[in-house]
Ligand binder design. Structure first.
Ligand SMILES: *Cc1c(COP(=O)(O)O)cnc(C)c1O
Length: 385
């Protein structure tokens, strides 16, 4: 490539994710007043769309803030100082739940699983039985740091029939695979804008069950900006308590329109296929998958082969070819790389990433047959699911 030529960029990280042209154009429209009928109409449609994505008949609260704002609301609105809670930890985001709960003075009972493995439901069951006063169980649907999809349905089932809330970070799951809130009995379900919902960062979403709302009425932790009951009151009038991120909500209405046009089943099938193609491609290159038992349909984590430096791989891919994937975090730094495929993704995003990956791996001295990964991906992507 000629020196100084602009590099075309490709974004395949586990958030933020690519934003469709339609959504960008919707967000570029002139600003509207947030206390107007025009905004109320946009907000109403967006909120109904969120219920459709969450698969709940309960209202979903829309917060202006990153995903962690939704997680923080899930801690402060449903607990009182000193409450005992169980936090499932198997990666960086599971750890974030525990840190958040500790920051608010809750007593955390951790249940750990090795990074890369799905949560052991029997281990959780045992801890729940030993901890009858556990107020909540905090879980992660798609642990983006390890690429694992945890067994949320089973975890939620363990919480039903007792005074324990099931609280789930589904930030990188919603819109990529099914996490039906009502059907599975999830009490608090947290999402955010910059993953499979195809928007820029800046919105968090919290769906709350009736059991959750009942708990909120007695929960004593202080809250103000993130007071969900107060926000619900406004939302019932299609208003926002505070000045909302107006442009993002206009974008949300558009992204949900796109999702409705495609249909949830088709969206989930697309993600399954992209994930399968990515996994096959990496195996075709002689790489080992990191999450072998329960790989997430939203992000694929792969062991860096043969003693190569994973940070260098990620850096080269971006610097030389304009392709941004994620490396490993904390104890996985340099050891894995992660290719996300959540939201506005199609077959050629995967083909592009895999082909770039091949060129960099070859350059770093990994031996394999050039084209083997692309070919493996093509076989999956060319087949009808
Ligand atoms: C991206 C992500 C978050 C995001 O938190 P931010 O506050 O938006 O940075 C939380 N949990 C998971 C599982 C994620 O993938």
């Amino acid at each position: 490539m000629a020196a100084g030529a602009p590099l075309k960029r490709y974004l395949l990280t586990a958030g933020p994710t690519p934003v469709p042209e339609r959504v960008s154009l919707a967000m570029a429209q002139p600003m509207i007043f947030h206390r107007s009928e025009a905004f109320a109409a946009v907000f109403k449609e967006a909120l109904e769309g969120l219920q459709w994505v969450f698969r709940t008949t309960q209202p979903v609260i829309c917060i202006s803030g990153s995903g962690t704002a939704g997680m923080e609301a899930a801690v402060t609105n449903f607990h009182s100082p000193g409450d005992k809670v169980i936090c499932l930890r198997g990666g960086r985001f599971g750890e974030r739940w525990a840190e958040l709960c500790q920051a608010y003075g809750l007593t955390v009972v951790p249940v750990d699983v090795e990074w890369g493995r799905p949560m052991d439901v029997a281990a959780l069951k045992a801890v729940l039985e030993q901890t009858p006063d556990a107020r909540s169980v905090f879980a992660t649907a798609s642990e983006s740091s390890t690429g694992v999809a945890h067994p949320i349905r089973e975890i939620a089932a363990l919480c039903s029939g007792r005074d324990t809330l099931c609280i789930v970070d589904a930030i990188s799951a919603l819109g990529a695979f099914d996490v039906p809130q009502d059907e599975w009995g999830i009490d608090v379900l947290v999402g955010s804008s910059q993953k499979a919902l195809m928007l820029p960062p800046g919105l968090a979403f919290v769906g709350v069950s009736q059991k959750g709302w009942a708990r909120a009425r007695t929960a004593k932790l202080p809250r103000f900006y993130l007071d969900l009951a107060r926000m619900l009151k406004s939302q019932e009038k299609n208003e926002s308590t505070w000045t909302p991120a107006v442009s993002l909500i206009v974008g949300l209405r558009e992204s949900i329109r796109m999702m409705r046009e495609e249909g949830l089943e088709a969206i989930f099938a697309r993600h399954r296929q992209l994930a399968e193609a990515t996994r096959r491609a990496c195996m075709g290159l002689g790489c080992e998958l990191f999450a072998t038992d329960a790989p997430s349909p939203a992000v694929t984590s792969v062991r860096v082969p043969g003693g190569l430096d994973g940070s260098k791989l990620v850096q080269r891919l971006r610097g030389r070819w304009g392709i941004t994937i994620s490396g490993g975090q904390e104890k996985l730094k340099g050891k894995i790389f992660r290719v996300a495929h959540m939201g506005y993704f199609g077959p050629f995003d995967i083909i592009t990433a895999v082909s770039g990956l091949e060129m960099v791996l070859a350059e770093l001295g990994h031996t394999f047959e050039l084209g083997a990964g692309v070919q493996a991906a093509q076989r999956v992507l060319g087949s009808v699911e």
